[in-house]
Design a protein. Structure first.
Length: 381
């Protein structure tokens, strides 16, 4: 009997379980040494001076926009083709998302279209490293500098990816990663902010913990009469030492995780090259994605609908997910949404295939054979 195929799963082992248990046994489960070490190692892998652990990508991006003073009356340029959290967080601070088109080859923001959408109210450009493929951050950075804007790189999916030989994480004013269960490195839930701005990093650490002037670590290490103060209103957006310990164990296995994902992606790509119905992802020269997800696109001439393909594969026991969503078509944003034909076309014609380090060659064969079978059935119909 064929083993069920998982669409995605965390690459966990005994090391992660033992790391979490050790923190529980220690009694120091939040704001302690594991978090400090996780932040240090994460920053180093990104080539950044500072990393700040938070409870999710959303809370991290919110804290950054809040610390930058982004609010009502301000505009943030963001691609619509992204998970809706990228857009929601702009609304969370009271600002207005301005949707930009994509490069249809990469599904990343089109810098030229972003340039056309800059107004006197624009404060930030938030590109997305879609599915782990780095965006054209150099073009975005140059655009931002010309107009006096900041860049928040939404690298939720891109930890371990490289952009022209440089690790994603220190190529923008601030980068925010997700540590959600579907990500390449996961702490089950969580996020990480990276930046070279020491003053901002210090403030973000205060904001994540109710604005407290002292970290838990500093408070417990000092005398009992060393009291903290609360110079500004903060939030509870912390990540625990239990999660950080799991993250450290994941970093120990990062090379293996990336190697496996890249091998699976290479096999998918080789088998789908020239396929009559499906287009494999395009990776421009100089970019090295982490292959957090593997998204294919239906050829217009294939005579197939994306949903039909997904339903038929489901009947074969092959899990899939729709491609990246068009956020501007969702109810909260639809009323004032622009027409984005490239985004809408991509959202309607893409689907994601199983991708995780434990996907076996036999399971990948079943996925590829399923794609071929759907194509053959359509040709015969």
């Amino acid at each position: 009997m064929n083993e069920p195929i998982a669409f995605s799963r965390p690459s966990f082992g005994e090391a992660e379980a033992e790391a979490a248990a050790a923190v529980v046994r220690s009694g120091w489960v939040v704001g302690g040494p594991r978090l400090a070490e996780f932040e240090r190692r994460f920053a180093g892998l990104c080539g950044a001076d500072h990393a700040v652990g938070v409870s999710s990508w959303t809370t991290g991006a919110f804290l950054v926009l809040h610390a930058w003073g982004i609010g009502p009356g301000d505009e943030v340029i963001v691609p619509s083709l992204t998970f809706i959290a990228s857009v929601n967080v702009i609304r969370h601070v009271g600002a207005t998302p301005v949707f930009a088109e994509i490069d249809p080859a990469t599904y990343n923001i089109d810098p030229a279209d972003a340039a056309r959408r800059i107004t006197g109210r624009t404060r930030v450009i938030m590109p997305v490293d879609q599915l782990g493929l780095p965006c054209d951050i150099d073009a975005i950075g140059a655009l931002a500098r010309r107009h006096g804007l900041r860049v928040l790189d939404d690298a939720a999916c891109a930890f371990g990816s490289f952009n022209r030989g440089r690790p994603v994480g220190a190529l923008a004013n601030v980068t925010v990663f997700s540590l959600h269960a579907r990500k390449v490195v996961t702490t089950a839930e969580g996020g990480m902010i990276t930046t070279d701005d020491a003053e901002l990093a210090d403030r973000l650490r205060r904001l994540r913990h109710q604005g407290m002037s002292l970290s838990d670590y500093a408070r417990h290490a000092g005398p009992p009469t060393r009291f903290e103060s609360y110079p500004e209103i903060g939030y509870n957006h912390r990540i625990t030492d239990i999660q950080a310990a799991i993250g450290l164990a994941q970093l120990d296995r990062l090379d293996y995780i990336l190697e496996r994902r890249r091998a699976l992606a290479a096999r998918y790509g080789a088998c789908l090259s020239g396929h009559p119905a499906f287009i494999a992802p395009h990776v421009p020269a100089g970019l090295m994605p982490n292959w957090q997800s593997y998204q294919v696109r239906l050829r217009e001439e294939a005579g197939l609908s994306r949903n039909t393909v997904m339903d038929r594969l489901f009947e074969m026991g092959i899990p899939t997910r729709r491609g990246v969503m068009a956020s501007h078509l969702e109810p909260p944003y639809r009323r004032d949404a622009p027409f984005l034909p490239l985004t809408e076309s991509a959202a309607a014609a893409t689907l994601q295939l199983p991708m995780h380090p434990e996907l076996t060659p036999e399971q990948q064969d079943r996925v590829l054979n399923g794609l071929d079978l759907v194509t053959t059935e359509t040709a015969r119909a």
